[in-house]
Design a protein around this ligand. Sequence first.
Ligand code: CA
Length: 236
Amino acid sequence: MNHKFNVLVIEDEKNILDFIVKSLTAHNYKVTAAATGTEALSLVTSLCPDIVLLDLGLPDMDGSKIIEAIRTWSSIPIIVVSARTQEDEKVHALDLGADDYLTKPFGVPELLARIRTSLRHSNRLNNDSELYKKPYRAKELEIDFLKRKITLDGQAIHLTPIEYKIVAYLAQNSGKVMTYSTIMNNVWGPYAESDNKILRVNMANIRRKLEMNPAEPVYIFTEVGVGYRMLDDESM
Ligand code: CA
């Protein structure tokens, strides 16, 4: 494999930047760094990176401004890097079009996994929608999107149409965190209530049907205060 993925890292804290650059370079990524938003915006247009890692707290501008700017012309994956104190900003960033997030401090395996998932999703979206028709498979769970059929260990699982929509949407975005509002908009449409109670009620029912122990889910995980993340598709 000769092609190296080009990662633009936008981060003003030198020790975190050094850690990211070192880890990614060691894993065969080509890394370019920017310490300010202004520098980042000029690099993102000249470099056309494959993926962007974005610290939300930059000295010269709010990281969400960079997401908005990039999203006016490009769908390149953006992973937001945030501090624990920036919970609200994180959800806002995802709703603006960021693909995923990492909360500081994070380790190398987590960093690499998030990057791989986001790159895979952007490839999948860029190619064509055919891959969306491929069944989802993870552990004992299988979803056939064409037949709208869900099986667990070979046994058919009966979901309501709404429950199916939620699970299918999460499965088609498996490995990625999906915010409550993104899921609600996708399932109930743009006039969905802003209260996510209906989603949480449906999720409780889904878990009763899918999970051996709904309190310790293995297929659909809760990202507290953000949304849900479905176990990565093993067939990808
Ligand atoms: Ca910072």
